[in-house]
Design a protein around this ligand. Sequence first.
Ligand code: UTP
Length: 289
Amino acid sequence: MKHALRKVVIPAAGLGTRFLPATKAVPKEMLPIVDVPTIQLIVDEAVRAGAQQVVVVNGRGKTAIEDHFDRSYELEDTLQRKGKKDVFDQVRRISDMVRLVSVRQKEPMGLGHAVLAARPAVGEEWFGVLLGDDLIDSDEPAIGQLARVSMQTGKAAVALMPVPDDQTQMYGVAAGPALPDGNIQIEKIVEKPPRGSAPSNLAVIGRYLLPPDIFGILEQVKPGAGGEIQLTDALAVLAREGRLIGVRFNGERHDAGDRLGYLIANIAYALKRPDLREGLLAYMRKVPK
Ligand code: UTP
């Protein structure tokens, strides 16, 4: 079965409690990595993989995301009048990136519930899901790597990465036999397994390539870990039917949903910027041990 990646869903309706007070009025997805909001890096990944439409799942008070990808006439006019062409081009590029649709998740009842809220905008086609918490820096966009595997196999795909055994309880964890290409035919997948009970050390990272029938499955899912409708529980249905591949993606992943991971992501991206690299290194060399 052939399908191309056309639409992606970015769930952005979580409460972002790990980043309070910054996230009281500003969505966590708008927190910058250097000077680019996390969600713009995520949209960029999706666009590089060929996505044409982005469906953002918003919670209350998240219009900042819509505004960010919209035209800003006042700003553009001022930049043009002041002759700031570079910045003007940068700002204009953001609103030209992609067609953005937003849907509302009325209550933050979990990632599975957020994905289900995107159903009217996705319709009956395969789609990608990208979480702003996980930044993956790679030549071939991570969601594109999943789409490629999914198109080759006709199966759904999730991104997998090994994590230390004492961290598995923080993730969805998947297990199953390795395929000749190194990917995993997932047979078991569980959300946040209690310490010592994880079926493997392969953690699910926030990239998914899903078939449209996932919506019907999600409708049947009962609240699971943390009282939330878990996407992992719907993925477990696909796994049982032999329809889920774990993709051992190439790329450097940063956990931008965690304070330390967020700081490291900022440093990693800043070090790749010629305008910042030397100044940052000079400062770090001076930091006392
Ligand atoms: P998280 O659990 O990491 O996000 O969900 P959170 O709830 O915002 O963060 P903390 O733990 O309170 O700091 C993973 C992703 O799923 C989205 C979040 O926005 C995040 O991108 N999400 C989560 C929703 O859209 N709706 C939900 O009900 C839950």
